[in-house]
Write a new protein. Structure first.
Lengths: 158, 83
């Protein structure tokens, strides 16, 4: 099973986890994170659609490299990242990070690490559509700070 | 040397499709940004130094000191917002 999937179609959490841990009796913990589309921004108008653009080729290699780093830093068995692109609707699933390990601590940590990495280093861009029109979403300094907790310096949002 | 320039997200909307640019050797990614800026118009607007622009060389994030090589693919894009 490939470690990274960039796709327009939805994903099934149960099926993804089953495939990730299939046949591996060393797995004692599975941690997953699922990101979904909100129907509102912090203060602004309601969101009617969210479009995701990416950089084909670089996206896959950047996430592969993040998973390599996660394997070096944490004692994990396997990891999988699924990220959707194209036009999504509120409540749709956007991203899945799933990690297996022998015990829960490393799975939780690696899952969060991968998500923090992905937020600031993977070439995806979100465009929100509301009653006011379409606008590109601004990067958040808080996401750089989240990655800094792992000792990784990011200057995405700045 | 020739390099292929690609844009994504808001930069792609402003500047359109990929372009091929002839660069003197040696040059950096920053030199390329400067040359594109000097084209004026929309290039000058969206690549302005005050704008947050991220860069990748051959599909790996890089800074503007990165050295260009013949045939390289250089991408300019806004800060990423996936996840």
């Amino acid at each position: 099973m490939p470690r990274v999937a960039i796709q327009t179609q939805d994903f099934d959490l149960t099926a993804e986890v089953a495939a990730l841990r299939a046949g591996d009796g060393g797995v004692g913990a599975v941690a997953t994170f699922t990101g979904t589309v909100r129907d509102r921004t912090g203060s602004g108008p309601g969101i009617s659609a969210m479009e995701l653009e990416h950089y084909p080729g670089m996206t896959e290699s950047a996430i592969e490299s993040m998973i390599d780093t996660a394997h070096q830093r944490f004692d994990i068995r396997a990891a999988r990242v699924v990220h959707r692109v194209g036009v999504l609707q509120p409540l749709d699933q956007i991203v899945l990070v799933a990690v297996t390990s022998a015990h829960r601590g490393q799975a939780f940590q690696a899952c969060e690490f991968l998500m923090d990495y992905l937020k600031t280093q993977a070439p995806f861009w979100k465009k929100e559509t509301s009653a006011e029109g379409a606008r590109w979403v601004d990067a958040r300094v808080a996401d750089d700070a989240a990655l800094a907790r792992w000792g990784v310096v990011a200057k995405n949002a700045e | 040397m020739k390099v292929r320039v690609r844009y994504f997200a808001s930069l792609r909307e402003a500047l359109g499709a990929d372009e091929t640019v002839e660069m003197p050797e040696p040059s950096t990614v920053g030199d390329l940004r400067q040359l594109l800026l000097a084209l004026g118009g929309r290039h000058a607007e969206v690549l302005a130094r005050k704008r947050a622009v991220r860069t990748a060389l051959n599909q790996t994030l890089c800074d503007e000191q990165a050295a260009l090589i013949d045939g390289a693919e250089v991408a300019f894009f806004p800060p990423v917002t996936g996840g």
